[in-house]
Design a protein around this ligand. Structure first.
Ligand code: ADP
Ligand code: MG
Length: 338
């Protein structure tokens, strides 16, 4: 008799159990040569590159807080779970190397959901040559909780912090801003979202290539990834550098879709571009004298970067209209507890 093939959708995590799930997951992992012992022992053993410093960051994604299973398909959820961590390494100018994945899963979660999740996670890992070296697996009585810890490396002199902005620096941002927040707003309003815009929200691209190109040439003074909103995230650079900033709203890079549909927005397009989160673009500051070099460097790696303002000596960050008058900011970004 042939095996029953339609068991796919009825099999849950509880059918496999903790150890069955771990060995299923481990079978899909490709190990980089820097990993001596990966998944399966009490701790992973890795060999850092000589002379490099270690960068470590961790992020949680909670069902109903960061994602909804009805909006986020498992494959792209897996990709994004790792992408947001890779983005943190990019924001420091590092090369991502090793990741740990901890999962708290409802016992009745379909196994094919987690199979797709892991396929997505591991596809993002292989695109950036990151090895999954371990994690933890347990059951959840609420929703799905995903926690990713990432480790990366860089030469001490190339690591870029939030604290390095200098008065007079240009403020730059890669790609376009506001698209992810626009998609989220449409989903929340029950409206249709174009494929490209939905992709920005569900499957963001971490800007490793741009980051490495910039740090290789030593062009950047301070950097952050835009996860909570441009204004809020640049605000962290300003605060930690002891400087201020002036952002010109007319210079904000908006995608063609964003511009076309701006009249559908609940607020002015600039409000969303300034405060919308989850774009995972890089916001950085660079000396005025490096203007052309930054432009050339970005051109070489095929990623757009736009000058959106300057670092000032005032305290706080302001936005201005094209004529120089102050732009009234309604909300400055995402905050979990407000
Ligand atoms: P311990 O009881 O020592 O914590 P576990 O049984 O939790 O060990 O884990 C066994 C191995 O499987 C370890 O190497 C651990 O890192 C790995 N592991 C467990 N869960 C995951 C996961 N979700 N992703 C990757 N590796 C995992
Ligand atoms: Mg454990």
């Amino acid at each position: 008799m042939k095996p029953v093939l339609n068991q796919k959708s009825t099999t849950t995590i509880s059918t496999l159990g903790e150890f069955g799930f771990i060995s299923r997951l481990a079978s899909g992992v490709f190990q980089h040569k820097s990993v001596i012992t990966g998944i399966g022992d009490d701790a992973a053993v890795t060999v850092p590159t000589e002379g490099k410093q270690l960068l470590t960051s961790t992020d949680m994604l909670l069902e109903e807080v960061h994602f909804r299973r009805s909006w986020h398909d498992p494959l792209r959820l897996g990709r994004k779970s790792l992408a947001v961590s890779i983005s943190d390494i990019a924001a420091m100018g590092g090369l991502p190397r090793w990741a740990l994945l901890s999962l708290a899963m409802p016992a009745d979660l379909p196994l094919d959901f987690m199979d797709d999740f892991m396929r997505g996670f591991l596809s993002m890992a292989s695109e950036h040559e990151v090895t999954l070296i371990g994690g933890d697996t347990c059951s959840s009585r609420t929703g799905l909780t995903i926690s990713v810890t990432i480790m990366g490396e860089q030469d001490s002199g190339r690591i870029v912090r939030r604290s390095g902005a200098m008065i007079g620096d240009d403020i730059w941002v890669t790609g376009t801003v506001g698209d992810a927040a626009f998609a989220l707003q449409k989903l929340e309003n029950g409206e249709d979202v174009e494929v490209g815009q939905l992709q920005r929200l569900l499957d963001p691209t971490p800007r490793i290539a741009a980051s490495l190109a910039l740090v290789q040439e030593g062009l950047v003074n301070a950097m952050i990834d835009v996860s909570d909103g441009l204004l809020a995230d640049f605000g962290h650079i300003a605060e930690q550098s002891g400087v201020g900033g002036c952002i010109s709203v007319a210079d904000l890079p908006l995608s063609a879709e964003f511009r076309l549909q701006a009249d559908l927005l609940d607020s002015s397009p600039y409000q969303l571009a300034l405060s919308g989160g989850e774009d995972y673009e890089l916001c950085f500051t660079a000396a005025y004298s490096n203007r052309e070099k930054v432009t050339d460097c970005m051109k070489k790696c095929g990623i757009a970067a736009t000058r959106i303002g300057i670092v000032t000596s005032s305290s706080g960050v302001v936005a201005i209209n094209q004529n120089g008058s102050p732009y009234n900011i309604k909300a400055d970004g995402f905050n979990h507890f407000t």
